[in-house]
Design a binder for this molecule. Structure first.
Ligand code: NAP
Length: 293
């Protein structure tokens, strides 16, 4: 008999790819606030407890979060309510029914001051409310649900949601110039690739604990935008030359401080023997091929 997986945040960008990847291998139950097999708000402890008890999953994948980074800065109360308290509610409910929990976290738990990337053993020091609230979620889960994996990922893009490459494409297709931050470096990651690794981690039952999972290589937002434009031009999606101008973080209006270099190293995933995700260049090309434009 197939094991049962409950995906919370199934309607989100990553959640959709997680569902597509897990569906052939597990009995899948989807949950979100508005759509899915179960309607669920993770900030309501009683309903989370009831839903998890009713579904009785073997594994819970927690993709739900308050992901609007600037929104978190403006509304810290809500950020902690969803990203810390919500994660804690799910963790307690999992512990009660003995479910394994996979929690998706972020590179923004780090301050970005390290020049050569962060391993799973580097000390977190978030610079913004989003990162701090996700770190609080990590800690809450660690306290209440021993059978858990925390998977930190970064700079996500996918076919099922609003994301940076999609915004770049939209602007470029309108023929408008782009001004893009060139002093922040990270690990751009395709949700389809991340979801594939999450599937294998759960199937192979890798040891519990904290993992970094991203596409290989690193880029600035500017380099990522240039690559999107190049690939889109090669595919004939952009007819004219589009100008992409590098700017400094201070020139971009945002209430949020972001890490300068939050590249993630995948030490622990490598030790499991699972294949590492491909380079972000290849993943981005695949993403652009798959877009329904
Ligand atoms: N996007 C990135 O660049 C990035 C980078 C690093 C890590 N991550 C992490 O990766 C995970 C997935 O991110 P994503 O970009 O796929 O997110 P997303 O597209 O914004 O989706 C978030 C999901 O969370 C659900 N949700 C929000 N508040 C909820 C609540 N109170 N109760 C239940 N469901 C709620 C949303 O459902 P509704 O439809 O009901 O709103 C939606 O399904 C998150 O944990 C995020 O922190 C993301």
């Amino acid at each position: 008999m197939k094991e049962k997986v409950l995906v919370i945040g199934a309607s989100g960008m990553l959640g959709q790819d997680v569902c597509a990847r897990f569906a052939p291998h597990f009995a899948l139950v989807t949950a979100s606030r508005q759509t899915g097999d179960v309607l669920l708000d993770i900030t309501e402890p009683a309903s989370v407890r009831q839903a998890v008890a009713d579904v009785a999953p073997d594994v819970v994948i927690l993709c739900a979060a308050y992901t609007d980074v600037d929104g978190c800065e403006r509304n810290p109360e809500r950020a902690y309510q969803v990203n810390a308290f919500g994660a804690g509610n799910v963790a307690s409910a999992c512990a009660e029914v003995g479910a394994r929990l996979l929690y998706v976290s972020t590179d923004y738990v780090f301050d970005g001051e390290k020049s050569d990337g962060y391993t799973e053993w580097d000390a977190p020091r978030p610079l913004n409310v989003y990162g701090a609230s996700k770190l609080a979620g990590e800690e809450w889960i660690r306290e209440v649900c021993p059978r858990h994996w925390t998977v930190r990922t970064a700079w996500l893009y996918g076919t099922g949601g609003k994301c940076f490459p999609r915004t770049v494409l939209n602007v470029a297709r309108r023929g408008e110039p782009l001004r893009v931050v060139s002093d922040q470096t990270g690990s751009p990651t395709f949700t389809w690739d991340l979801a594939g690794v999450l599937l294998e981690m759960v199937r192979q039952r890798v040891p519990y604990g904290t993992y970094h999972v991203v596409n290989q290589g690193s880029a600035t937002w500017y380099e990522l935008a240039c690559k999107v434009v190049d690939l889109a031009r090669a595919k004939g999606l952009i007819s004219e030359a589009v100008s992409v101008t590098p700017i400094r973080s201070g020139e971009w209006l945002s209430p949020t401080r972001r890490p300068a270099n939050s590249v993630l190293k995948m030490r622990r995933l490598a030790w499991t023997g699972l294949p590492l995700p491909r380079h972000w260049h290849e993943a981005l090309q695949d993403y652009i091929q798959r877009l329904d434009l």
